[in-house]
Unconditional design. Structure first.
Length: 49
């Protein structure tokens, strides 16, 4: 995980009331590829309610 995202995750964990305004700059192709590689390939698609 990139350092900037790790810092945001830590801030979110420590300050539950904090709201981030814009995270689109952090969603780089490299980061999205990193996330995709960590997905469980056997899990079903879709969202849980």
């Amino acid at each position: 995980m990139p350092t900037s995202l790790r810092g945001m995750a830590e801030k979110a964990a420590l300050r539950k009331e904090h709201r981030f305004q814009n995270l689109t700059n952090e969603l780089t192709p490299k980061y999205l590829k990193w996330c995709r590689q960590r997905l469980n390939k056997k899990s079903a698609p879709g969202a849980d309610p």
